[in-house]
Design a binder for this molecule. Structure first.
Ligand code: NAD
Length: 372
């Protein structure tokens, strides 16, 4: 009995459900962590090797991410234990079986995650009436196409650079990972007069102190080519993107790319975390000690989840962009004010902002607030 409750603490998890349907080979876990702020939004992951513990941890991260974003949504995560590369018909059968099994879990709204996509969300919506990250034809707002997360990063950076008294005009930007998040962040920042001086992908880094041609790089990547195919600029290895001096450094690729062993190589004034957990705790502390401001991931990269919340309410693309800008600006202000007032690290300030929101919401809910 105790084992089933091994993750239980003051926030949740509210429900931890194992789903097994032998006739279709479905094994799945749904972790609904906390719904005090509202029905929980969280991705459905399809992977062969995800544990119940990971599902719970990812759900907890969503509780705080959604609260930090100021959304009326709690946190959840679900996992289908299977190889996402299976044939399409088999995949549809499995995902529809999963959807049928969660039909009654009205407090959980699935979204896309690793191994699932907008088509999968369409099947789930068809079975249950609930899902976000849908195809455009059935009310979806294509967040990677419109650049929701890159747009939100730009809002967070604008607030932070004002706190630093740093103009955006002429500011040098470096982006690690020129994918959905990175390329749109670049696009929005250069529109405001910043210069993209370096960008990287898995194949390497491209550098031009006079400014790279962002629209040309976007076309290049859309054609499936590498940044190294850009005809101008200097070409370096992928890791060299850390060494290029700049005012704004944006990690938009992988977790843990900056750590105690390489943080001294960063020469910048502001790091805006586009990727999730791109810096280790040691690296964030080392940068704070050098007066480099780090905007934590769950404040700066919340554009995607805010977009999903607008989609859920039937809102439009322009409403999503307006809400992303409003919320990310307000949350960045709140975090930076707290940092100034208390001297806390930005991540600590952001985490306490989020947990206070969840606790305040829990006080309004029956059976949910913890012991006084
Ligand atoms: P993506 O696959 O579109 O782009 C990732 C890019 O990073 C690719 O261009 C790839 O070549 C590059 N890359 C991978 N490893 C690299 C390395 N070691 N060095 C340099 N470049 C490398 O992915 P994305 O959707 O842009 O997401 C990027 C990150 O942001 C991920 O960590 C993701 O979890 C996070 N994130 C994405 C969103 C979103 O809305 N897409 C929202 C929040 C957080």
């Amino acid at each position: 009995m105790e084992d089933a409750f091994r993750f239980a603490d003051e926030f949740g998890p509210l429900k931890l459900i194992h789903i097994y349907r032998p006739s279709v080979g479905l094994k799945a876990v749904v972790a609904i962590d906390n719904i005090a702020c509202g029905p929980a939004i969280g991705g459905l992951r399809m992977a062969p090797d995800v544990t119940t513990e990971e599902a719970f941890r990812l759900a907890r991260a969503m509780t705080f991410k959604n609260a930090a974003a100021g959304l009326p949504h709690g946190g959840a995560k679900s996992v289908i234990i299977a190889d996402p590369k299976m044939p399409l018909r088999e995949r549809e059968r499995l995902i529809r079986a999963f959807a049928a099994a969660i039909g009654d879990l009205a407090e959980y709204i699935p979204g896309p995650d690793m191994g699932t996509d907008e088509l999968a969300m369409g099947w789930i919506k068809d079975e249950t009436g609930r899902a976000v990250g849908l195809p455009r034809e059935i009310g979806g707002i294509p967040l990677d196409e419109i650049g929701a997360t890159g747009f939100g990063l730009d809002s967070a950076i604008d607030v932070a650079r004002q706190h630093l008294g740093m103009p955006l005009q002429g500011a040098r930007v470096v982006i690690q990972g020129f994918g959905s998040v990175g390329k749109h962040a670049a696009r929005f920042l250069i529109e405001k007069g910043a210069l993209l001086v370096a960008a990287s992908d898995t194949r390497g880094t491209i550098v031009d102190e006079d400014g790279l041609d962002v629209p040309a790089l976007i076309v290049l990547k859309a054609e499936g080519r590498a940044l190294h195919d850009y005809p101008r600029g200097r070409k370096l290895g992928a890791d060299a993107v850390i060494d290029v001096p700049c005012e704004i450094w944006i990690p938009a690729a992988r977790p843990d790319v900056i750590h105690a062993g390489n943080v001294a190589r960063l020469h910048t004034r502001l790091v805006a975390e586009g990727a999730n957990i791109p810096l280790t705790a040691e690296a964030e502390a080392a940068l704070a000690a050098r007066d480099v401001l780090v905007l934590p991931d769950f404040i700066a990269n919340a554009g995607g989840v805010i977009c999903a919340a607008v989609e859920y309410r039937g809102g439009t693309e322009s409403a999503a962009l307006a809400l992303i800008d409003e919320k990310i600006r307000a949350n960045t202000e709140a975090v930076l004010d707290e940092v100034k007032r208390t001297g806390a690290l930005p991540r600590t300030a952001a985490a306490s902002l989020a947990s206070e929101r969840v606790q305040r919401a829990m006080r309004t809910r029956r059976w949910q607030s913890g012991p006084a």
